[in-house]
Design a protein around this ligand. Structure first.
Ligand code: SAM
Length: 233
C-alpha cells in the first residue's frame, strides 16, 4: 500500500501542482462514474500523448467492454483538437474469453466472478450519457479476428485489449498488420505473461522493436518492426 502511494506521488506530483491536472482528474472521474473498466490515469496519459504527438486520423480499439477507453479518447479528442475517427470492436458476449482458465469456460461472466457481461447497448448508452458527439465513433459487435479478416479499412493506430493469452495475441497481431496504414502504430494493454496471459512472449516474438509506455502495461510497436507471424507452436 505504502509502495503504491509512493509510486503515485512520484509519478503525479510534478503535474499535481497545475490546475489543469485536477481538471483532467475530474474529467476522468466523470467517465468512471458511467463506464466501469480497468483503465486509469496511465491510460489517460497514453491516449493524450498519442492523440497529441501521433495525430492519428483513424483508430481501431479491439476490446470495448463498457466503453471506458473510448470515452477517454472522446474527451481527449476535444482537449487536443484531434479529428480522429474511432472504430471499437468487441464480441459483446456473455460467454468466456480465450484467456479464461479452463475451469471457468462453461460459465457466464457473473458465474465466473467477472461481474456483468459487456454489451453493445450498454457501451453505446454509456458513451451517449457522457454527452459526446458520437458521429466519429462506430461500435461493432464482432470477434476481433472476424472483423479483421473481413475488413478492408486502414487504421493509423490499432489497440489490442481483448483476451491476453499468447495464442490470441499472436493471431490478432498478425491479422492487424494488413489493416495498419503505412507508418501506422500498433499497441495494446496488459503487457504481462502472468497466469493465462502471454502478451510479453507474443509481442517479443512478433516485433523486432517495441516499447512500453511509462510505468504502464501498455506496449507499442511500429508496423515496420513486425517480424512476420511466428511459426505455429
Ligand atoms: C479488458 S476488456 C477491454 C477494456 C476496454 N478497453 C475498456 O475501455 O474498458 C476486454 C474485452 O475484450 C472483449 N474480447 C475478448 N476476446 C475478444 C475477441 N476475440 N474479440 C472481440 N472482443 C473480445 C471482451 O468482451 C471484453 O469486453
Amino acid at each position: 500500500m505504502l509502495g503504491r502511494i509512493m509510486r503515485v506521488l512520484r509519478e503525479e506530483l510534478p503535474d499535481a501542482l497545475s490546475p489543469r491536472y485536477w481538471y483532467h482528474q475530474f474529467l476522468r472521474w466523470k467517465i468512471h462514474r458511467v463506464c466501469i473498466g480497468y483503465s486509469g490515469r496511465r491510460h489517460w496519459r497514453f491516449w493524450k500523448e498519442l492523440l497529441y504527438w501521433r495525430r492519428p486520423r483513424k483508430m481501431l480499439i479491439l476490446g470495448v467492454y463498457f466503453g471506458r477507453d473510448i470515452a477517454y479518447l472522446l474527451e481527449l479528442r476535444k482537449q487536443t483538437g484531434s479529428i480522429c475517427e474511432i472504430v471499437g470492436v468487441d464480441k459483446f458476449e456473455d460467454r468466456f474469453c480465450d484467456d479464461w482458465p479452463e475451469d471457468l469456460r462453461g460459465k457466464n461472466w457473473a458465474e465466473a466472478g467477472f461481474g456483468k457481461a459487456p454489451s453493445l447497448q450498454a457501451a453505446n448508452r454509456n458513451l451517449s450519457r457522457l454527452g459526446h458527439d458520437l458521429s466519429c465513433v462506430r461500435l461493432v459487435s464482432s470477434r476481433a479476428e472476424d472483423f479483421l479478416r473481413e475488413s478492408d479499412e486502414q487504421f493509423d493506430f490499432i489497440y489490442i485489449d481483448t483476451a491476453h493469452d499468447y495464442q490470441s495475441t499472436v493471431e490478432i497481431i498478425g491479422l492487424c498488420m494488413p489493416r495498419l496504414a503505412p507508418g501506422g502504430l500498433i499497441g495494446g494493454d496488459d503487457f504481462s505473461d502472468q497466469g493465462t496471459w502471454g502478451v510479453v512472449t507474443a509481442v517479443k516474438e512478433c516485433f523486432s522493436r517495441f516499447t512500453t509506455f511509462g510505468n504502464s502495461q501498455i506496449w507499442m510497436a511500429e508496423g515496420l518492426d513486425w517480424k512476420g507471424a511466428p511459426p505455429p507452436a
